[in-house]
Design a protein around this ligand. Sequence first.
Ligand SMILES: O=c1[nH]c(=O)c2[nH]c(=O)[nH]c2[nH]1
Length: 317
Amino acid sequence: MTDTVTDRTDSGTAGRPAAAAEVELTANQYGKAGNHVVRITRDADRGAGARHRIEDLVVTSQLRGDFEAAHTEGDNAHVVATDTQKNTVFAFAREGIDTPEQFLLRLGRHFTESFGWVTGGRWAAEQTLWARINDHDHAFYKAGPETRTAVVVKDGDTETVIAGFHGLTVLKSTESGFVGYPRDRYTTLAETTDRILATDLATRWRYNTTEVDYDATYAAVRETILATFAAGYSKALQHTLFQMAESVITANPTIDEIKFSCPNNHHFLSDLSFCGLDNPNVVYHAADRPYGLIEATIARKGAPSAEAAWVGIAGFC
Ligand SMILES: O=c1[nH]c(=O)c2[nH]c(=O)[nH]c2[nH]1
């Protein structure tokens, strides 16, 4: 469908009830989602044989500020078009992306500095990670397994940066148990001190500053989470999430808060007695549903909270 420019100023009340209830706009934000930007950076010195670097982000830009008249009057004088926001994302990528967090900070500062009525907004990115095929200069495979995420929320001069990832699936084949839970007439689960613990890690952490080496901290947090998952004995997925969070906050003074949302990818011991076989923790049924869903937020004690920055980040408690 194409936009046509027609004068419809006479249709102001058409279709509206004669006696409308008194209402007011209590919240709004708007922009363009799903801007899939891929940037190739070439090692300039090597001409046609250059070594390439690839950055692959899906970016959302949303503005907040004085957009009252657009909603109540249909007056678009303040509405920086979502199309313009999309164009800005791609134009900024021409200059460079660097880290997702820095790219989003640049976008946020641009919109708030360029348009007086834009007092803040929300900029988010999901980054696909690519790795070189056999150290090739310009051939890559999707490295994952995780997707890196970043969110910048700007409210006046306050900038909050939330980093994270999802889709990092982990499993430990022992050193995990689940005992001591209440039993009632609906409880059938057997206690165990030796089970498989598996989950798809989804996490977001909030920085207390924008002065961060974002790539290095991302790598360090990922490493800490994996090392903590692997280490020691897990008394429940809840226990493990807390330990991972505690390790991250302890090791990173720039991080004040971290959230996890993790399925418990159950592995149930198969009952092989139907054919006379025992099963001493050898064969499991990996059930994909229903699954436990364990979520937690862990914060540095005494650190200021930033509830507003988390609004709109779905799937975490
Ligand atoms: O780590 C676990 N936490 C639970 O809350 C729970 N509930 C359950 O049935 N199995 C498990 N495992």
